[in-house]
Design a protein around this ligand. Structure first.
Ligand code: UDX
Length: 417
């Protein structure tokens, strides 16, 4: 099938390139001319493992256009941003504007697939814009940054909200090669599923962080408690890694948007609010743990800036709040991250030193603070580290490192060594 992707960001790019891998012909459209020019050179403007290889492999089935008039196919995916507006509600303006534009130019009946995360009822609004000239479908994504290609090709489920059999048949063709994973449902439930999924994952992390904080006070070990509860298949082991909590472009945005959907419908989302509160406090708690140790300013080596490993994304990364807290107490920061330094420079400017590797960061430091659990940090040469650090002290925001006993080690929710 010929499929158009409107919006070539994290979600749009992965969706379109993976749909090409499934055998479809893809037309990408984005109003950012620069981005389109980069993509035409088969370059990927984001760091997403495996995506560039798939783009090159399927390049003969992929086109990039700048003009929406060239991006009208029988199936059109809307992968536009829905950022929080100033009161936290999801801003659906981009999707509405694009829908109005498309409604003016389409000649025969299309299938409009809303891939973006949108408040319950948004597809209804889009349906009104198209009238009987389009089927509108809700198809939320569950892609994790850094694992997006894997998650697309190996989904636990493909949720599709439809309101007629024609739309159902068309979407079965779109996902033909993954059809056993499709769950059809009504449109509003599909829109709600996305928010409920992200909010649950976020609160699962905040729950284990709250238990970790209590472990730290009582002498229990959160790593053991995680196994103890995660072995129950009703709980499961995933998303139970205690640490400095969640960031990124989705959990913060979607939990806030869900609270606003609740407010608009007269329902207070108490648990989701608590998950956000615990998450914000986790960053403060960890920052104060470092401050209380050094009492006064110190030179700190920060390992990891991205909101999680395998991405260069710094959006709402815990590292931002933690570094700003330490800078406000006159700490000197030397930071290293395998992929996120370029984005970090947009945030911190000249306020911190950008190290070229782990040891450039550790040199002359009074301590190592790990904020992102990149695999390469597993292989730190502690013999070098102990020679070049002023003090052998470690604050591990992800309970990730296993340093030798002569290092003072502080994790989260772990008993004193
Ligand atoms: C998330 C959802 O997983 C994905 O399904 C949805 O489509 C988009 O939002 P993403 O934000 O890319 O994906 O990252 P994810 O891997 O879910 O991690 C989110 C945050 O939680 C990261 O900051 C990560 O460090 C943190 N996290 C994750 C924990 O603190 N503990 C955990 O056990 C797992």
């Amino acid at each position: 099938m010929k499929i158009s992707i409107i919006g070539s960001g994290y979600v749009g790019l992965t969706t379109g390139i993976c749909l090409a891998e499934l055998g479809h012909e893809i037309i990408f459209m984005d109003n950012n001319k620069e981005k389109i020019e980069v993509l035409k050179k088969l370059e990927i403007p984001i760091y997403e493992p495996g995506l560039k290889e798939l783009l090159i492999k399927n390049k003969d089935r992929i086109k990039f256009v700048f003009d929406i008039k060239e991006a009208v196919s029988d199936v059109i995916f809307l992968c536009l941003p829905t950022p929080p507006n100033n009161n936290g509600e999801a801003d659906i303006n981009s999707i509405i504007q694009v829908s109005i534009e498309l409604a003016k130019i389409i000649k025969d009946k299309k299938t409009i697939v809303v891939k973006s995360t949108v408040p319950v009822g948004t597809c209804e609004k889009i349906k009104q814009i198209f009238g009987n000239r389009a089927n509108v479908v809700s198809n939320p994504e569950f892609l994790r940054e850094g694992y997006a290609v894997y998650d697309f090709m190996n989904p636990d489920r493909i949720v599709i909200g439809v309101d007629n059999d024609e739309a159902k048949r068309i979407m079965k063709n779109v996902y033909e090669k993954l059809k056993e994973k499709i769950i059809f449902m009504d449109i509003k439930s599909a829109e709600m599923t996305k928010y409920a999924a992200n909010a649950f994952l976020a609160l699962k992390i905040s729950f284990i962080n709250e238990i970790a904080n209590l472990c730290e006070k009582t002498g229990a070990n959160i790593k053991n408690v995680k196994v103890g509860i995660g072995s129950d298949n009703r709980i499961g082991m995933s998303f139970l890694n205690a640490g400095i909590g969640w960031g990124g472009s989705c959990f913060p945005k979607d939990t806030l948007a869900l609270i606003k959907i609740g407010e608009k419908n007269g329902v207070e989302m108490k648990i989701v609010k608590a998950a956000i509160d615990v998450n914000i406090k986790q960053r403060e708690m960890f920052s104060k743990k470092i401050l209380n140790y050094y009492k006064d300013k110190a030179k700190i080596a920060i390992l990891g800036l991205a909101f999680k490993p395998n991405t260069d994304d710094m959006r709402d990364a815990p590292s931002i709040d933690i570094i700003n807290f330490l800078l406000s107490r006159n700490f000197e920061i030397k930071a290293y991250d395998p992929k996120a330094l370029k984005n970090a420079k947009q945030i911190f400017g000249e306020k911190i030193y950008y190290a070229s590797d782990i040891y450039d960061a550790l040199k002359d430091s009074d301590g190592l603070v790990l904020l992102t659990e990149w695999d390469e940090f597993k292989n730190i040469d502690w013999n070098i580290a102990r020679k070049i650090m002023n003090k052998k002290i470690i604050f591990d925001g992800r309970n990730f490192l296993k340093p030798p006993k002569d290092f003072e080690y502080y994790g989260i929710g772990l008993p004193k060594e």
